[in-house]
Design a protein around this ligand. Structure first.
Ligand code: PHE
Length: 447
């Protein structure tokens, strides 16, 4: 088997993990889920989920990965031999597979929008025309599948060429550039007439809107956005070098990811209200709001092109992390080369993915629990697979994994002077698992 690679520099692993976390989840999914769940109160619940569940799960995945030094399933089997804990890894690899199959569709949308931006298609259009431009694109099977397959091919190429050369390089320049453009969009959005309605929607909570479903969506999104319960952070954890500080890395990733989502919300909701778009417009939200704004910004042409290019790149640093979770497993389980594993798994993902792409057009009449296939995969993975996988991870680290292993991982074998272990144990043992179970029961109406 090929020698296992690891990230070169501390910035490398951090950049790759931030690259995984920051993606369509922050800019496409967060705003549309916020819109569906009524705004500010949802955001508060989301922040709570990130703090008391997401961050501890992220650190726990890093610990399991760096201790096991294998893929998500293999790491569990090594750290807890002859037990069933590895099922968390199985759910994770399945999630990564399924997420990539629909995420590649949305990532494909960003490429179409790069093209639309370059050919100046947003100028002189009314909000209604911008919306119908979006609908006629996503219902076109040829276009959406072509872009999707391009995304999958690029992802496959990067993963097939290996960790160091592939992932670190792309992630480190991109996120700061994306943040820069979002801030420019924020400023424009905030100065639109009627912007204050959008800000109220985002920041003035109405707690009567909170119910079990809202909380499960918030929890599911915290896993989705931080790439948890998808095998990704365990796999990346397995490439982290001995001397990296896992706790501070997790904290920085959590903060960066959350800030970027909020900044995206600030760019989008003032526009929603200023242009009379429905906040609960669903997965198309970012594509039907921002094209209204670009023509109203000096230099809007350049910004629109750059925004969609950067969004596509941010999506790709996430897709590679999903494929990496699946490929690392396939390589180590079946003893095949990185290249072969990348090609085979990408083809399988593409086959499922095509149905996700078609579910916006020719197959849109087929509904699963009232959702199109794409939206079904989205909710199934975030709200169920990733949530259950993360619950198993946190129970494993809280109750089963040897304290000395955790202590060594957190302090790098006694070198770092960390003092948060007590809090971390308490949270992983009691707070996070109970919170996940309560949310689950509330969402199915039992409590
Ligand atoms: N966190 C990524 C995003 O926000 C999505 C993702 C999910 C990536 C699961 C890897 C694994 O876009």
């Amino acid at each position: 088997m090929e020698k296992r690679e690891s990230f070169k520099t501390s910035f490398g692993v951090f950049a790759a993990a931030v690259g995984s976390a920051v993606g369509l989840g922050n800019i496409w999914r967060f705003p549309y889920i916020v819109g569906e769940n009524g705004g500010a109160a949802f955001i508060l619940v989301y922040l709570l989920c990130v703090a008391i569940i997401g961050l501890p799960v992220l650190l726990s995945e890093f610990i399991v990965g760096r201790e096991g030094k294998l893929n998500a399933i293999g790491s569990y089997k090594k750290v807890a031999p002859n037990t069933k804990w590895y099922l968390s890894g199985v759910l994770g690899v399945m999630s990564a597979f399924l997420i990539l199959s629909f995420y590649s569709v949305i990532a494909g949308w960003t490429l179409e929008y790069v093209f639309k931006a370059i050919t100046n298609q947003f100028v002189g259009k009314s909000p209604v025309e911008i919306e119908s431009m979006f609908t006629s694109f996503i219902t076109n099977p040829v276009k959406s599948i072509a872009w999707q397959l391009l995304i999958l091919t690029i992802t496959c190429y990067i993963v097939a060429t290996g960790i160091e050369k592939g992932i670190e390089k792309y992630s480190s320049i991109l996120v700061p550039a994306l943040v820069g453009i979002i801030i420019i969009l924020d400023i424009r959005a905030l100065t639109l007439p009627g912007a204050s309605e959008g800000m109220k929607f985002l920041f003035k909570p109405d707690f009567s809107k909170v119910n079990g479903k809202v909380i499960l969506d918030a929890l599911g999104h915290s896993f989705f956005s931080l790439s948890l319960g998808a095998g990704t952070m365990i796999t990346y954890g397995s490439y982290i070098k001995k001397n990296e500080n896992l706790g501070t890395s997790a904290l920085k990733i959590g903060i960066a990811d959350t800030l970027i989502a909020i900044l995206a919300g600030v760019a989008i909701f003032p526009v929603v209200f200023a242009f009379g778009i429905q906040p609960n417009s669903g997965p198309g939200l970012v594509f039907i709001t921002l094209p209204n704004v670009f023509p109203k910004i000096p230099g809007g042409y350049i910004f629109s092109v750059l925004f969609f290019v950067l969004l596509a790149l941010a999506a790709v640093t996430s897709t590679i992390s999903m494929l990496e979770a699946v490929v690392a497993y396939a390589m180590e389980r079946f003893n095949i080369s990185r290249k072969k594993a990348s090609i085979i798994t990408t083809i399988l993902i593409g086959i499922v993915g095509i149905f996700a792409a078609l579910s916006n057009g020719p197959l849109s009449h087929i509904l699963i629990f009232e959702n199109t296939f794409l939206n079904f995969l989205d909710k199934l993975t975030a709200n169920y697979f990733m949530t259950i996988g993360s619950l198993i991870t946190i129970l494993f680290v809280g109750w089963k994994l040897d304290k000395s292993i955790i202590e060594n991982q957190i302090t790098n074998e006694g070198i770092l002077k960390s003092s948060y272990q007590g809090t971390y144990y308490f949270i992983t043992r009691y707070i996070s698992p109970l919170a996940i179970i309560i949310v689950f029961l509330a969402s199915i109406g039992i409590i």
